[in-house]
Design a protein. Structure first.
Lengths: 307, 279
């Protein structure tokens, strides 16, 4: 073994003083660069933002005097902000259960071995890994009223021409967004649930089968409790992503028509980069952080209780 | 729920499952097919009513335009930024993970703080980061983007690699130490080779995160280091959507991901679930 040869060679070497010092401090030395970057890019902007949120900086004036909670009080009077939060909640509340359900059904379909399963799984995962901007762009092409295939397919099914302005008509923008979102992320749920389902104790399932338990009963009594932790993690990951949804909406509707599909991320972007309401944007940022922290803590608490 | 006393019944169930699998795969892959197909169509075929389901011939003029106009540089920018940031995040993150896993540096608190950094919504930090970058002249440069993606990938790398490193048998490292290797050598010669599979999988995910990001690239680039998702949105607009360009650029921006993911299929589950499910 070359390894043991090199080990013997190392034994003869006497470490220099610098070498020993480096070795003694090693646990901290190797943590430092990563932590430094996290502080620099993660924490520093937040602190800066916190300070700015108590000032009165806008596009036209650079007033750095402190105004207390003025910007935060403004949050409560901002109807467009609450509308944006509402839009975000609607999209999350519809898309998340749909993704979970479709992912679960797909996992059920593929749980038993069948030749070629690996290939199916590999193909089905593709939507999840492509860039959300590409996903949005793709569906923009799919939904197009004249040149897109969706209208064609619907017309074929309905037996009469169906012409829908998916990304403009207020009645259809939400379905359009949800379809795109569910298309991209159901495979994510599918992948996690497939792994969770294949970890379910087989002997329990077989025992239940011998006892003649019905499918629904097995599902309720054995399968669901076994996959619950994974479902919780999956919902947490996807839930947080949905609350900060930006790319797909930007590519599909840009928040329109008007501001009808403007989510909290889009609204923050508009305030910061079109209106240049520096201080107010900072205040919104903290509202978003507070909300997400609240959701995360609640979910994690529930998970711990369930355990 | 393995039922199947009669071979005929078994065969019927299997046939039904294949049918279901086929339909589901068709539904999920059709948009991808549509995107690829448009990228090969001529403008006449793209703007044809009713839409054509199969291009008349495979032709590459949509791609040719991207190369001729230099738009393809956006792909190059994405490669540089995503490659460099995931490389740096992997090295620094794995070292940090080693310290957390083996020395318990900072205890559980530090580990929790690091993972909580991943929960920070990008939209909440992108604006202050923009202001700071403007101040230091980092907007529209490689360094700025690489720094931000490194920072956003670090918690993920640390979290994942900590899991992989904990799985390395401690005796292996101890015997190497007894044999006279110092810690640095143990890390480079014992630990890194042992977690190589984890390193590969994690670096694919960090690459994909950086590659797919839109928000930071949108805010922090202007003309010089535009990445491909931002370039893609430049083709949108009112009545004159450049569909051929949109499709061709999307395909170019998607192929590297498809290749990376098919190589890494084995690690997909553990990777996307932050290790919550050992795939």
């Amino acid at each position: 073994m070359t390894l043991s040869a090199s080990l013997n060679g190392a034994e003869q070497r006497r470490p220099s003083r610098l070498g020993r010092m480096l070795e003694d401090r090693l646990p901290y030395l190797i943590v430092a660069p990563a932590i430094l970057i996290l502080l620099l890019v993660g924490l520093f902007p937040l602190i800066y933002s916190l300070i700015v949120s108590f000032q009165r900086i806008t596009m036209t004036e650079n007033d750095t005097s402190f105004v207390g909670f003025l910007n935060y009080a403004e949050l409560f009077r901002d109807a467009r902000l609450w509308a944006a939060l509402g839009h975000t909640a609607i999209i999350t509340a519809i898309a998340l259960p749909l993704e979970l359900l479709i992912g679960f059904l797909m996992a059920q379909l593929f749980i038993d071995r069948m030749p070629g399963r690996q290939l199916f799984v590999a193909l089905l995962v593709l939507p999840t890994v492509i860039s959300p901007i590409v996903a949005g762009a793709t569906w923009r092409l799919m939904f197009d009223i004249r040149f897109g295939p969706i209208g064609e397919i619907l017309s074929f099914i309905a037996g009469e021409p169906v012409r829908i302005l998916w990304t403009v008509n207020p009645a259809y923008v939400y379905p359009a967004i949800v379809i795109c979102e569910v298309w991209q992320w159901s495979p994510f749920m599918f992948l996690l649930l497939l792994a969770a389902l294949s970890n379910v104790d087989q002997s329990q399932l077989e025992a239940a089968e011998i006892d003649g338990a019905s499918y629904l009963r097995v599902l309720r009594a054995i399968v669901l409790p076994a996959i619950a932790p994974v479902v919780a993690v999956a919902c947490l990951i996807r839930g947080l992503d949905l609350v900060r949804i930006f790319d797909i909406i930007w590519a599909l509707t840009e928040g329109g028509p008007g501001s009808r599909t403007e989510t909290i991320s889009l609204y923050t972007y508009v305030q910061g980069f079109s209106q240049f309401e520096t201080s107010y944007t900072a205040a919104i940022s903290f509202l978003v952080i507070a909300l997400l922290t609240l959701i995360t803590t609640l979910v994690l608490k529930r998970m711990e209780l369930a355990r | 729920m393995r039922v199947g006393k009669l071979p005929a019944r078994k065969a019927r169930i299997l046939a039904l499952r294949y049918l279901g699998a086929g339909v589901v795969t068709l539904l999920f892959l059709f948009p991808v097919y549509w995107l690829f197909m448009i990228s090969f169509k001529t403008p006449d075929e793209i703007y044809h009513v009713p839409p054509l389901w199969i291009p008349g011939q495979i032709q590459f003029s949509n791609y040719y335009v991207l190369f001729k106009d230099g738009d393809v540089l956006a792909i190059l920018n994405s490669l540089i930024v995503a490659g460099a940031s995931s490389g740096i995040a992997i090295v620094l993150g794995t070292l940090c993970a080693y310290s957390l896993a083996r020395f318990g540096t900072g205890g559980e608190n530090l580990a929790m703080w690091i993972i909580s950094q991943r929960m920070i919504p990008p939209i909440a930090v992108v604006f202050p980061i923009f202001l700071i970058y403007v101040y230091f002249g980092l907007v529209d440069g490689y360094f700025g983007l690489i720094l931000i993606y490194t920072a956003f990938n670090l918690p993920y790398v640390i979290w994942m690699m900590r899991g992989y490193i904990v799985d390395v048998p401690l005796e292996l490292e101890e015997s190497a130490l007894v044999d006279g290797l110092n810690r640095w050598e143990v890390i480079w010669k014992i630990v890194f080779p042992m977690v190589r599979a984890g390193l590969m999988a994690t670096s694919v995910f960090t690459f994909v995160f950086a590659w797919n990001d839109f928000l930071f690239a949108l805010v922090l680039t202007r003309t010089e280091v535009i990445t491909f998702p931002v370039m893609l949105t430049h083709y949108f607009g009112g009545q004159s959507n450049f569909w051929g360009k949109i499709a061709a650029m999307s395909v170019l921006g998607t192929l590297p991901i498809f290749v990376a993911v098919s190589v890494m299929q084995r690690y997909l589950v553990r990777g996307i679930s932050l290790g919550a499910v050992k795939g």
